[in-house]
Design a protein around this ligand. Structure first.
Ligand SMILES: [Ca+2]
Ligand SMILES: [Ca+2]
Length: 70
């Protein structure tokens, strides 16, 4: 089976779910408390591509793919 890609995607989604501390299905600024506030704000703004104040799993995936291919 050629599941390398989807395995990587599964790992990313699992990482996303770990970041969603309150488990509401999206990662918002409150879930970024594990990093310094200034760093979290920068990181969040970068990742939140549609600017709705919530990171979806798709935004997270897109961001990770962008970082991993550059
Ligand atoms: Ca959350
Ligand atoms: Ca968003």
């Amino acid at each position: 089976m050629t599941t390398t890609g989807s395995n990587a995607q599964t790992a990313i989604v699992e990482e996303f779910q770990r970041m969603d501390v309150d488990g509401d299905g999206g990662v918002d600024r409150a879930d970024f408390l594990c990093m310094p506030a200034a760093e979290a704000a920068t990181c969040f703004t970068t990742l939140d591509s549609d600017g709705d104040g919530q990171l979806s799993d798709r935004e997270f995936l897109k961001a990770v793919k962008r970082f991993s291919t550059s």
